[in-house]
Design a protein around this ligand. Structure first.
Ligand code: NI
Length: 164
């Protein structure tokens, strides 16, 4: 789903059943994320308004870094850092976004077990970016109104041209 689809701006519903359907969905999500050369993907991005995200900031390099976040909550943040950020739902665009440097998240895994994980730099950024998705928020809500309006104008042009 690309920017403009309402599912991306809707708060996603919590997951309550940790069954085989969920595990199949997670496999699909990792597949879609890798196919799109992304390091994170949230369920609303594939049209499913549920609080589910997958992350792999090492892009297949380290299987231990393959993360499933179900019903994630950010419980602690530290510092600030501005870095270039993009989103698979807003292809071809990137902007600098200021985010916390260190983030601790609490989430459930594919089996429903709660865990906590602390990430820095790119992983911290991914925790924030994906959690935002589940709250119907895109990274462009963190940039200046001027930059955001410019971006939206460019996107509207692409939509008109049938290229979005
Ligand atoms: Ni995104």
């Amino acid at each position: 789903m690309k920017f403009g689809d309402p599912v991306l701006e809707k708060k996603a519903a919590p997951v309550t059943e940790f069954d085989v359907d969920l595990r199949e969905l997670l496999d699909d999500m990792f597949e879609s994320m890798y196919a799109a050369h992304g390091v994170g993907l949230a369920a609303p991005q594939i049209g499913i308004s549920r609080r589910i995200a997958v992350i792999d900031v090492t892009f297949k390099e380290n299987p231990e870094q393959k993360l499933v976040l179900i019903n994630p909550e950010i419980i602690h943040t530290e510092g600030r850092i501005s870095q270039n950020e993009g989103c698979l739902s807003i292809p071809e665009f990137r902007e600098n976004v200021t985010r916390p440097k260190k983030v601790t998240i609490r989430a459930q895994d594919a089996k429903g077990k709660f865990f906590e994980r602390t990430g820095e730099e790119l992983l911290a950024r991914a925790f924030c970016h994906e959690t935002d998705h589940l709250n119907g928020k895109l990274y462009i809500s963190h940039i200046s109104a001027l930059k955001r309006d410019l971006m939206k104008r460019k996107i509207r042009k692409l939509m008109k041209a049938g290229e979005w």
